[in-house]
Design a binder for this molecule. Sequence first.
Ligand code: C2O
Ligand code: CU
Length: 498
Amino acid sequence: MRRTLGFLVALTMPLGVAACTGGHDMADMDDMDDMDMLPEVIDVPPSEGRFETEVAEDLDPSPDVVEVSLEAKVADVELAPGRSVSMWTYNGLLPGPRIEARAGNTVRIRFKNSLPEATTIHWHGIRVPAAMDGVPAVQSPVAPGAEFTYEFVVPDAGTFWYHPHVRSDEQVERGLYGAFVVRDDGEPETTTDRTVVLDDLLVNSDWTLRDFDPMHAMIGRQGNLILTNGRAHPIAAVERGGLHRFRFINAANARYFRLALPGHRLIQIGTDGGLLSAPRELDDLLLVPGERADVLVVATGSEGEALDWKTLRYDRGHGTGELPDAVVFQMRNGDAIPTIPTPPVPTNLAVIPELPEASVQRELRLEESTDGGGPHGGHGSGDSDGMMMVPVFSINGQVYPDAAPLNAQLGTVEEWSIVNTTEMDHPFHLHGFRFQVVSENGEAPGFAAWRDSINIPAEKTVVFRVRLEDHPGTWMFHCHILEHAERGMMGELEVATP
Ligand code: C2O
Ligand code: CU
C-alpha cells in the first residue's frame, strides 16, 4: 500500500494509513506511528537555565568593525534537561551566536565549514552587496574543510538572522541559524531587550531528528518539538511591572507561529526592517517562516506568576488548522516589588517615507502541481517505482533552477503583485531590498513598515513596492517554506546598473 498512495491522497487519509507512505525501513516504523505530516507538538515541562542566546565575541578592537568567527560543525546540544541531540550548529551553539552590531558598522565573518557537506551563509534581511549574500548564484558553496570571509556594512538597524542557502530545507532544520541584531541610536527604552529565535524540529520519540522525507514537501516539514532559542519550553524571567522587548525570529522550515500571551496585549514596534512609525496593539501576532517582529509586553500580574506564550491555531491550508494551540516558552514574574518605574510605551518610533509610484509592474504567480515521479523525480521522490506523486512548486510556470531571471534596473521603484494560486499560504521573501506592502487581498495594511518576508495567504494576492537601491547583482526571491524553495518556488532578479 505504501507505494501506491498518491501524495495528495495520503494527506487526506486517516492517521495510521498516511504514516505508512514515507518509504522508511521497518526499523523506523515505530517512530512513524503518528501522522508524519501534521504531528502534534510534544508537551515538555518548563525548565530553568539559559534563555537568551550567546553573543558572538567581537575579535576586532576598532569600534566601527565587528569581526566574528563562525564554524559550522556537528555538536551535541541540550534541548531540555537530559535531552542532548546531535545537531548541525555554528560554534557548537543552537541557535548560533548572536551577531551584534551598530548601523553603519563593517561586519566581517570568518567562516569555516567543518560539516560533511558544502554550505553558505545568507544574511537574511540585511542589505549587503550581492557578492556577500551567500547564495549559490553568487558564491560557490564552501566545501567541507574550506573557509570563506564575508564582509559588508550593515546599513539598517533591525532584527535579522543568518542561515545556509544550500539544501536549506535540511541544513536549517538540522540547526544552522542564528540571530543578527543591528542597533542604532533611538532604540526605545525598555526594561529588557531579548532576541527570541523560534523553531520546531521533527523528532523521533528519543528526540533524534526524523529522517528527511519527500513526504514533507507538500506542507513543509512541520515539527513536533517547539524550540525557543534552541531549548524546549525555557523560562524567561521578567521583572514585574517592566516593559519587556522580545525580538522574535521565525527560523522554522514551515511552522507559522501565531504568538499570544494570555491576558496580555502585544505591542508591536518593529517588523523585518526595523522599527515601525508607531506601535500597534495586537491580541496575537502571526510570524511566518523567515519573518521577524519586535514586540513589547508589560509584565502585569502577581509575583512569581508563570505564563506561557502560545502559538495559536492557524490554518495555512491542507489541514493545518486542525492542530491545537501549543506552548512556546514561559514568562515568569520575579517576586520582588518593582523598584524601577515602568518605561512608557514609546509613541513615535521611526520615520518610514512612503515609496513613490512604481515605474515597473510585475506579477509573480505562486503555483503548485504534482509530478508522478517522471522527469522531475530528482526533485525528491526517491521512489523507484514512480508511483508516489511529489509536489512541484513554481513561480510563473518556472521551476527553479530552470527559471529565467527577471531583469531590472538599479534605482527603479517596482510594484510586485504576488498571486498565490494555491490552496495554502506561502511566506514570500525577497533578498537584497526592503519593500512596503501596498495591499493585502485588496486592502491597504494600515501601517507603514519595511519588510523582506510577507505571508501570501492561500488564493490571495499581496502587492508591494520596492526600490531597487544601492546594490546591483543577482538576488533571490522565494517561498520561505524551505521545502517549497528547494523544490522550485524560487527565482532570481538581475539588477543591472543603468
Ligand atoms: Cu532566509 Cu533566501 O532566505
Ligand atoms: Cu511555499
